[in-house]
Design a protein around this ligand. Structure first.
Ligand SMILES: O=C(O)CCC(=O)C(=O)O
Length: 245
């Protein structure tokens, strides 16, 4: 499924899109399990599991740690096609699946995830780690698709600060000029996946459309990488403080 062109894009730009990885029938099954999961877990959720919009409908924004209370989502994160693709990105190294989440943009939702690098809160060294996004809905720049900065994965982690946006813990202190790393919106159709390197700068905009935009996000690291547990523990403490306020 990962062809030469996808792989070249990933190596050069820090991201790639693979079309039609999941069929319509498979997505239907995902939808059924998602509905069951939300019905079952929302009533007993911890603040670390869900973020809701501050609107009349209290629309869902983020569902984190899906794999922890759902065998189905744990298995989806370890779906053989996804693991095979990621193993290629890791040049054959063993793949470890770290987590599954869903990021939703309800119709006309204004929130944005600011420009950030995932490794600013994942702390993998070397940065041999990737986020795989599975689209449940169509996404475009208008509906808040992920927008990546081409080539930005080749630098290290730039200074970040708390973003103040619920669900997006950190944002870049200084955003590189578009002339340095061009912006590319990863427009997806249901069943497509995108891959972005853990150091790739990316953001999402508001959803200006009347349709919802839901993405699953799966995180992986390779057997070559270890996590800076001290930095991670400090980050967890900061996040806990933020969630208290
Ligand atoms: O909206 C999304 O699917 C991804 C959001 C994002 O930037 C992230 O989870 O790092």
């Amino acid at each position: 499924m990962l062809n030469e062109s996808n792989l070249a894009s990933y190596r050069q730009n820090g991201f790639a899109v693979i079309r039609g990885v999941f069929s319509a029938a498979e997505l239907k099954d995902v939808e059924i399990h998602l509905a069951e999961y939300l019905e079952r877990t929302i009533p007993t959720a911890t603040p670390r599991e869900f973020v809701f919009e501050d609107n009349a409908e209290k629309s869902l924004r983020c569902a984190f740690r899906l794999h922890e209370r759902s065998e189905y989502f744990d298995a989806l994160m370890r779906e053989p096609r996804l693991l095979t693709i990621v193993r290629h990105l890791f040049n054959g190294a063993d793949v470890f699946a770290d987590g599954a989440m869903m990021i939703t943009k309800a119709p006309f939702t204004a929130y944005k995830f600011p420009d950030h690098q995932d490794n600013a809160y994942q702390f993998w060294s070397p940065a041999d780690a990737v986020a795989v996004t599975l689209a449940l809905d169509e996404s475009s720049e208008e509906s808040g698709a992920i927008v990546c900065r081409a080539g930005s994965h080749t630098q290290g982690i730039l200074p970040h600060r708390p973003s103040g946006v619920y669900g997006a813990s950190r944002g870049l202190v200084r955003i590189p000029a578009v002339g340095v790393y061009a912006e590319v919106a990863l427009s997806l159709m249901p069943g497509d996946i995108s891959l972005h390197h853990v150091n790739t700068i990316h953001r999402t905009g508001p959803n200006l459309t009347a349709k919802q935009r839901r993405n699953f996000g799966f995180a992986y690291h390779s057997s070559r990488s270890t996590r800076d547990e001290t930095a991670r523990a400090q980050y967890e403490r900061e996040l806990k403080e933020f969630l208290k306020n």
